[in-house]
Design a protein around this ligand. Structure first.
Ligand code: GLC
Length: 600
């Protein structure tokens, strides 16, 4: 097969497989290559959540010097790039996703000089750096919002945000019935400078995160300048927060649905047909056609810089064909594949989502991304240990049904090895390379996620996946901070997961990831192909995911019984130690992924 740039989905081709048995067939759904070989097409990108990665100052909150000091770990792990969650000036009401100054570093995390030092070190280690851009809303501490509060209704200062008069007598009712993603109303009423009850402003998230009005050219201009500010400093791209939310439907019509970034959707259901629930988010504040013009203009800005900078969309949009519109050739370069993240641990559903992802992105010539964990969802090592494996609660607390730690980790390793063999770009969330579970017994009084109180304590929220990393099993705060301080307490189990307890230990999660990244590069899986393999001996389609990428057969066994690896395959990697049968056959037990080289 020769590399090609598919402009439309390749015809599914069924051919005899190179894998042993004559009964097997393969169905090609994605050809290798694509694009001009840009780095982001097949990159492994590691998400750093700065407040929880490494603390250099000792105040218990991670910072940029801490990151710089630990970049060697990421170079050894073998990632291509990092994405940093926000480190900008912020009152930290939503852990930095409430930005007060887009051009400065919050003193909690360091200084602009610390940023430059981190960037330089990363680049010296050949690690690219993507930063977070939060354009849907600012912090209420942003100079623009303060000016808006001080100005009169109808002023240019208010026109940068979504201020409206209230409904009902005296404007006492909010302008419409929208609710915030974090719970409660999406509108807050202000007191006018003269002390009278005034207009309302829109905030799809916390009260302290007022939404900007993207129909205002001043807003557009400002964000192009912000992009240039960081591009001029040398960043390699931007992760665009809430990329599906910036434009609202004309007239802000009422909508009876609830908006959820995270919900308990499972069994392939991502919300009701009318979009009134679920992560599909089809309300009048989500996925409006107007957002695409913004990304076209940003694409042009990035294109002025070396041609290798990228934009990745955080867009909770369904179906995948709709998401693919964000990565058309003149828009963004990647979009997070949350459909993959929300798929249950079932072979047929995994196969379907992988096919749909590749086909949808091939139509627009974009790489597919793969992601299993991030700072907004329960860690996949715990989600996969739940009674419905892969379901997605909004946080887990001590009183909730607890995941099975051992089973969850086993499945997480199998899922990660499947993901890292898929063609496209893969995102890792800090700590997953250690197999970290969610902190499910975090005391409620430590919780900082606004979801917890905005939902009136019905949703635990996201703190459990944001607990500071364990680096050294025996050190205070497991090596996260030199003083032993940690902004969220770490569970005792973290000692077992610490990096120094796993480095050099054959079969540890860390070593399984490290080998996977090395082999993925060696076999060029990220820029490779995908053909489903059917008919392997004792591999039922509803319990086994089997595909070939270039010369590697990837086999994930989700069924209860162990499989026998066909004898003519050369084992390359596995998510667990593999037992051997009496007759010498290598067995693939339940919840295990293997990579094997097919006959050449
Ligand atoms: C994104 C971020 C999330 C944040 C929200 C509001 O979804 O990933 O952490 O709370 O946007 O900015």
């Amino acid at each position: 097969m020769t590399p090609s740039t598919p402009t439309s989905a390749p015809e599914a081709m069924t051919t005899a497989t190179p894998v042993g048995e004559p009964s097997t067939t393969t169905t090609l759904v994605h050809r290798p290559g694509g694009g001009a070989g840009e780095w982001w097409r097949d990159a492994v990108i590691y998400q750093i959540y700065p407040r929880s990665f490494a603390d250099g100052s000792g105040d218990g909150i991670g910072d940029l010097p801490g990151i710089t000091a630990r970049l060697g770990h990421l170079a050894r792990l073998g990632v291509d790039a990092v994405w940093l969650s926000p480190f900008y000036r912020s009152p930290q009401n939503d852990a930095g996703y409430d930005v007060a100054d887009y051009r400065d570093v919050d003193p909690l995390f360091g200084t602009l000089d610390d940023f430059d030092a981190m960037l330089e070190r990363a680049h010296r280690l050949r690690i690219r750096v993507i930063v977070d851009l939060v354009p849907n809303h600012t912090s209420s501490e942003h100079a623009w919002f303060r000016a808006a509060l001080a100005a009169a209704p109808g002023s240019p200062e208010r026109a940068r945000y979504v201020f409206r008069d209230g409904r009902g007598p005296g404007g006492e009712e909010p302008p419409n019935n929208w609710t915030s993603v974090f719970g409660g109303a999406a509108w807050t009423r202000v007191t006018e400078p003269d002390g009278t009850p005034g207009q309302w402003y829109l905030h799809l998230f916390d009260t302290t995160q007022p939404d900007l009005d993207w129909t205002n050219p001043e807003v557009r201009d400002e964000f192009e300048q912000v992009l240039r500010f960081w591009l001029d400093r040398g960043v390699d791209g931007f992760r665009v927060d809430v990329a599906h939310g910036m434009v609202k439907a004309e007239g802000l019509p009422d909508w009876s649905g609830t908006s959820a970034m995270i919900d308990g959707a499972h069994e392939g259901e991502l919300g009701s047909e009318d979009g009134s629930t679920g992560a599909g988010n089809r309300g009048p504040m989500w996925d409006q056609d107007g957002v695409h013009e913004i990304y076209r203009s940003w694409h042009r800005v990035l294109a002025e810089y070396d041609g290798d900078r990228c934009l990745v969309a955080e867009a909770w949009v369904e179906p995948l064909s709709r998401l693919a519109r964000y990565v058309r050739p003149d828009e963004m370069h990647q979009a997070f594949n949350f459909s993959f993240l929300t798929t249950l641990w079932r072979a047929d559903e995994l196969r379907t989502v992988v096919t749909e992802s590749l086909v949808a992105n091939d139509v627009v010539g974009a790489p597919t991304t793969w992601v299993l964990s991030n700072h907004d969802v329960v860690r996949h090592a715990s989600r996969l240990g739940l009674e419905v494996p892969g379901s997605k609660p909004n946080g887990i607390g001590a009183g909730d049904p607890q995941p099975d730690e051992e089973v969850g980790l086993r499945r997480a390793r199998a899922a990660s090895l499947m993901m890292l063999a898929l063609p496209g770009s893969a995102y890792l969330y800090q700590g997953e390379e250690l197999g970290l579970p969610e902190h499910t017994s975090l005391p409620d009084d430590e919780r900082q996620d606004p979801t917890w109180w905005r939902s009136e304590h019905t949703e635990r929220g996201r703190d459990g996946c944001r607990v500071p990393l364990p680096w050294e099993a025996q050190a205070p705060a497991y090596g996260f901070s030199p003083t032993g301080e940690s902004w969220l307490s770490q569970p005792e189990a973290f000692g077992r997961y610490a990096l120094d307890a796993q480095r050099g230990v054959a079969g540890s999660t860390y070593e399984v990831y490290r080998s996977a990244l090395r082999l993925r590069r060696e076999f060029r899986l990220g820029s490779g192909s995908l053909a489903w393999v059917d008919g392997l001996p004792n591999c039922a389609a509803d319990t086994v995911v089997a595909f070939v990428n270039r010369e590697i057969l990837v086999l994930t066994n989700i069924g209860a019984a162990a499989l026998r690896l066909p004898a003519d395959l050369e084992l390359v990697h596995a998510s667990q130690d593999l037992p051997v049968a009496d007759d010498g056959a290598v067995l693939v037990p339940t919840d295990t992924t293997v990579w094997a080289r097919v006959g050449r």
